[in-house]
Design a protein around this ligand. Structure first.
Ligand SMILES: [Zn+2]
Length: 268
């Protein structure tokens, strides 16, 4: 094998639903169809974007918990601050998915709102890339992981078993089981599985997992890796396996107790 081929390591990611799961079929607030869920070949799936969003959120929580001194309001290490000010919080995302809010606003206002919520930019020399963007990517800069779509652990013919419908009472906004098949969810105790790929090294680009990248004219961008406490192994244990396995909810209808999950990551 050529030494110039990027070397990837593969992990199995398993997600089990602990409560009904709803992942809407579109993220576009302007064409939002409330009732459908994401499917591939008529089977429910967990899209990589959904998993990635939940993972990023978990990395942010981890970094704040580990490195932010709340009493002094300062970061204990350089470069570990996740680009949260540049990203929509869960509440903000909920607002962006609220049809009434969106309809009441002009498109330009929504665009401004969204553009404010962008991850690390690295436009200027010395702009740092945060640990979340190191792994998951920032704008056009690739990260070290390829996040998979999670598919049903057991193959075809499971649609009836995996799905049931909730009827939402408009007045109380609570979900009740019923014949009105207007809101689809994936049943609990359904397993989804996918293969996560983690780049170990790419000699062509001079990238090695656990080491800071030098992006030519933009200089060294991954300042947080100057801390010798970080290695490829600690990145895997804390940010990859640790954060993925700490994801507890995913998708929509959380106020209706939907989206509780258990995620496990194992070496292939
Ligand atoms: Zn970032």
């Amino acid at each position: 094998m050529s030494a110039l081929l990027p070397q990837w390591k593969e992990y199995t990611v398993t997600l089990e639903t602990l409560s009904p799961l709803h992942i809407g079929a579109t993220r576009d607030v302007f064409t939002s169809i409330e009732n459908s869920i994401v499917r591939l070949q008529n089977q429910a799936i967990v899209p990589s974007t959904t998993l990635k969003g939940a993972w990023r959120n978990q990395i942010e929580r981890f970094l704040i918990g580990e490195y932010f001194d709340a009493s002094k309001k300062e970061w204990r290490k350089a470069g570990v601050q996740p680009c949260i000010p540049g990203r929509a919080s869960d509440d903000e995302k909920r607002i962006l998915n609220d049809k009434q809010w969106v309809e009441a606003k002009k498109r330009v206002e929504i665009r401004e709102y969204r553009e404010y919520k962008e991850p690390c930019t690295y436009n200027k020399y010395g702009d740092p890339i945060c640990p979340a963007c190191y792994l998951l990517g920032a704008q056009t800069l690739l990260g070290f992981v390829r996040v998979p779509f999670l598919k049903l652990a057991e193959g075809q013919g499971r649609t009836d078993e995996e799905l049931y419908s909730l009827r939402i009472d408009r007045e109380t906004e609570t979900g009740v089981e019923g014949a009105n098949r207007s809101w689809y969810v994936v049943n609990e105790k359904i397993k989804f599985v996918g293969t996560l790929q983690v780049l170990q090294r790419d000699d062509l680009r001079h990238w090695t997992l656990g080491q800071a990248r030098n992006l030519g004219a933009r200089g060294k961008v991954d300042r947080w890796l100057d801390d010798p406490a970080w290695s490829a192994q600690t990145i895997y244990e804390k940010l990859i396996k640790g954060c993925l396995e700490n994801i507890q909810v995913i998708g929509g209808f959380r106020s209706k107790d939907c989206g509780k999950v258990k995620i496990t990551v194992t070496e292939k």
